[in-house]
Design a protein around this ligand. Sequence first.
Ligand SMILES: Cc1cc2nc3c(=O)[nH]c(=O)nc-3n(C[C@H](O)[C@H](O)[C@H](O)COP(=O)(O)O)c2cc1C
Length: 174
Amino acid sequence: MEGKSVIVYYSWVGNTEAVAKEIQRITEFDIQKIEEKKNRKFGNIAGGAMSAFLGLKSKIKPMDFTLQSYKNIFLGVQIWAGKTPPAVNRYLSSVSFKDKEVWLFITKSGENVPQGFIDSITRRIEKKGGKVINNISITTKWDPATNIPISPEEVKERISAWLTSCDIMVEEKS
Ligand SMILES: Cc1cc2nc3c(=O)[nH]c(=O)nc-3n(C[C@H](O)[C@H](O)[C@H](O)COP(=O)(O)O)c2cc1C
């Protein structure tokens, strides 16, 4: 894979963060978290789901880098009510993906990722000049009562296999 790579992700409960950190552990790519300005209270599932369903955008904290120096973006998102969360909507609408290649890692609690979900992200990235190369989806075991995310150990093998299939050199560290 040519050019510099960065992992960018949003995560409310921590599942997507666990996957992002596992990718980072293996690849040592730079990593950046998309953070919402407001403090979204755990438990308010309906509010989040409704905002996502309506395609709303929320305010996100300023991010301390641009994508300019990177060629490859590993973008971590999750499904809310079949759609992308408001913070992800904001990010996708505010960043330029010109000449970027994007690898998506998606977390969700359901079995499948609706094709419309991938199509919608792909469309938005293409509109901003980027290209989605590949994606992986991970089913999480999120329990709203406990908010305990999946552990990196649980995703290790799948992530490693995915990165290998993406033609990324993976050297396992002990
Ligand atoms: C508001 C809300 C809506 C959700 N809707 C869906 C959904 O429609 N389909 C699905 O498979 N998972 C859904 N989930 C589960 C999340 O996609 C899953 O737990 C994901 O791993 C959360 O990512 P995070 O831990 O990084 O925040 C929803 C979760 C939340 C909080």
